[in-house]
Design a protein. Structure first.
Length: 255
C-alpha cells in the first residue's frame, strides 16, 4: 500500500513538473518524448535519492507529494494565478466572494436580532477541518477552498465557526490534523457515509444531552440568591474530506 502511494506520488510529481503539451508535427512529438524522458529521469533520480537517505513508505510518499505541491505553487505564481481563489488573475473571483461575504454578514446580523432563544439552542458551534487531496490543491475548479472565503470570520460571527485545511500527503499535515482531532474526541466527527454513521439529527440530539452549562448567582428583589445556568454548546470539530470518492475513501482509510 505504501509503495503504491509512493509510486502514485511520483507519477503526480512527474505530470506536475512537466505537463503534457499539444503538438502537431513530428519534431514536436520528438521534443515531447524527450521532455517525457527527462521528467521520468528527474522523478526517478529524486526518488532514488530519498530511498538512499532511508525514506520508505509514508515518509517517502510525503516527501514526493510535498515536492509536487511546492512545484505547483511555483508554477501557479509564474502563471499569475490568484493565490486566494486559484483562478487566473484575469478571471479572479475574490471580489465576488467579498460581495457574498458582506451579504452573509448582513444576513447574520439581521437574523441574530430576531432569533428566539429556542432557535439558538439548535445553533451548533463548528470548526471544519478540511483534508484536501493533493490533486485538488491549487485547482481553479476546486470548491472546498471557498469554505475559507465564504464562512463568516470571527469578528462578525456569533459562534466562531472557522475552517482549517490540511493537504493529504504534505509533510506534517496529517499529523497536525490528528493532533487537532484528539483535543476532544467526543465532539469530533468525520463526514463519511457508513452503515454505523449517525444522522445529523442523532448527532445533535446526543450533543444536547451531553451539553454543559455556565452557572452564575444573582440576587432578586428580596435579596435572595438565585442560581441560574445557561446551556452552552461544545465546539464540534468536523473533518471534511475533499476529493473524488476514491480519493476521499483512501484518505478516510488512512485516518
Amino acid at each position: 500500500m505504501a509503495k503504491t502511494m509512493a509510486d502514485a506520488a511520483a507519477a503526480a510529481v512527474s505530470s506536475t513538473l512537466y505537463p503534457p503539451q499539444q503538438s502537431h508535427t513530428h519534431s514536436h512529438h520528438a521534443e515531447q518524448a524527450e521532455r517525457h524522458g527527462q521528467r521520468l529521469q528527474t522523478v526517478r533520480s529524486h526518488k532514488q535519492n530519498l530511498l538512499a537517505q532511508g525514506m520508505h513508505g509514508w515518509e517517502l510518499m510525503e516527501a514526493m507529494t510535498t515536492m509536487s505541491l511546492e512545484h505547483r505553487e511555483s508554477m501557479s505564481r509564474a502563471r499569475h494565478r490568484c493565490q486566494s481563489c486559484w483562478f487566473d488573475a484575469t478571471n479572479c473571483i475574490c471580489h465576488r466572494i467579498q460581495e457574498l461575504h458582506a451579504r452573509n454578514r448582513h444576513i447574520l446580523s439581521s437574523s441574530s436580532s430576531s432569533t428566539s432563544s429556542s432557535q439558538l439552542n439548535h445553533v451548533v458551534n463548528v470548526k471544519l477541518l478540511l483534508l484536501m487531496h493533493p490533486k485538488e490543491y491549487l485547482c481553479a475548479g476546486n470548491s472546498a477552498k471557498l469554505l475559507r472565503m465564504m464562512l463568516p470570520d470571527k469578528e462578525h460571527q456569533q459562534h466562531h465557526t472557522n475552517v482549517q485545511y490540511f493537504i493529504f500527503g504534505k509533510v506534517g499535515d496529517v499529523d497536525k490534523l490528528a493532533q487537532e482531532m484528539i483535543i476532544d474526541i467526543t465532539n469530533t466527527m468525520i463526514l463519511w457515509p457508513d452503515k454505523d454513521a449517525l444522522t445529523l439529527s442523532q448527532f445533535l440530539e446526543r450533543q444536547q444531552q451531553q451539553s454543559t452549562g455556565i452557572c452564575s448567582k444573582e440576587e432578586d428583589n428580596s435579596n435572595s440568591t438565585i442560581n441560574t445556568c445557561e446551556p452552552t454548546t461544545p465546539l464540534i470539530r468536523a473533518v471534511v474530506l475533499d476529493g473524488t470518492y476514491t480519493q476521499a475513501r483512501n484518505m478516510h482509510t488512512s485516518l
